[in-house]
Design a binder for this molecule. Sequence first.
Ligand code: SAM
Length: 252
Amino acid sequence: MRFDVVTIFPAMIQQALGAGIVSRAIERKTLNVVVHDLRDFTTDKHRVVDDMPYGGGPGMVLKPEPLFRALDAIEQLEESRPTVLLTSPQGTLLTQRVVERLGRQPRLVLLCGRYEGVDERVRSRVDEEISIGDYVLSGGELPALVIIDAVARMVPGVVGDEQSVAEDSFGRGLLDFPHYTRPAEVAGGTEGQTLRVPDVLMSGNHAEIRRWRKREALARTLARRPDLLATAELDDDERKLLRELTTRRDSQ
Ligand code: SAM
């Protein structure tokens, strides 16, 4: 899968992509992330990318022409037409379902806004605006990195163990179950308490462990994000466990 990122701060993207799972996928050529400096698409001596807003008011606006030139150049780099995304707090909220949908595209272009955002006419070349949450950041670079990281996890071969992706929170509409590692007992809880790993995880009984994990994932989702349960994909066993958990919660 290929990502093209257009930004006035290429180093922010390049640095963040230099470590971890995405970096290894780039090395293996499972992913291709190309970062474009918006200033390379200016034509003036000072490489100006922004200007004052028409109508007055505070802040600057990213000019349309450098962004149009960047898109023209990027579209010509490969035969297939890329899907162009504009990072924007006004866009579609990024959820796991949106991530899965974007992961089915072979090519994504990510435009990073700055200042007050991009000239409104740039939206005529954009397929979708994506927001990473209901808050305002100072630029689109962090949202672009969030999108790349989340979408990359959907690309076969990027995460070593595909089962772990399927079991992650939101994979089937549930939160993930709790995870533990060695040692089996550790001091350090509040007031020096010893904290133990649940016995079932050390029992070697895989059927019991599977059922415990299902139950914990359901209990967590019910406690923290009950809204997810309306659309979660549950098997018969999970539906039964959920009924038990709901009855117990309601009787408390
Ligand atoms: N004036 C804009 C508004 O209120 O909608 C906010 C502009 S913001 C300061 C600058 C840039 O940061 C935006 O153009 C966008 O690229 C990026 N940005 C900020 N918050 C974002 C969010 N929640 N999701 C995605 N991109 C965001």
